[in-house]
Design a protein around this ligand. Structure first.
Ligand code: AMP
Length: 150
């Protein structure tokens, strides 16, 4: 279903996470640009992906400019390199004043530091851990308890 107000979203890194987001956000009617250093990464975009693709190293400002990152409502940085993600995130947030910047991080202990820089962070390992704890461990405990009570 098209979004009521579509956003211009730049996604840096078109791997497993970036391509998933690009496909979903494009399908929702948002204007999406994906950036990746390796053109084969774009193979993960679905046939109905209607956004743009920019090939290049995101640590180069010219590549970010080509993606019109300065005009983005939101930038999501999902490469597999945390240093690149934070650097690109800071350029978008501090230098170009992009209103919302989300960066993928690997190390949950650094979250507070990055958030002080104005970056929202997502740590896949923490999300998976939370999912296992909240849903699966809880479910197993409930199942075992009800089994013991019979
Ligand atoms: P994944 O770990 O599957 O989410 O993939 C990460 C993606 O980030 C891959 O497609 C990489 O080619 C991409 N990537 C890594 N470093 C850079 C970079 N400096 N600039 C652009 N894309 C990058």
């Amino acid at each position: 279903m098209p979004a009521t107000k579509s956003l211009f979203i730049v996604i840096v890194g078109c791997g497993r996470l970036g391509s998933y987001l690009a496909n979903r956000l494009s399908r929702q009617g948002h204007h999406v640009v994906v950036v990746d250093a390796h053109p084969e990464a774009f193979d993960a975009l679905s046939p109905d992906y209607s956004g743009f693709r920019v090939e290049g190293d995101a640590s180069e400002f010219a590549v970010l400019s080509q993606a019109n990152i300065d005009q983005a409502d939101m930038v999501i940085v999902t490469t597999n390199n945390e240093n690149i993600n934070v650097m690109v995130g800071q350029v978008a947030r501090k230098l170009l004043n992009v209103p919302r910047v989300v960066v993928r991080i690997e190390e949950p202990d650094r979250r507070a530091t990055y958030e002080q820089l104005g970056l929202d962070t997502v740590c896949p390992a923490s999300l998976v851990g939370d999912e296992i704890l909240q849903s699966m461990v809880q479910h197993t405990m409930t199942t075992l308890r009800s089994g013991l009570g019979q």
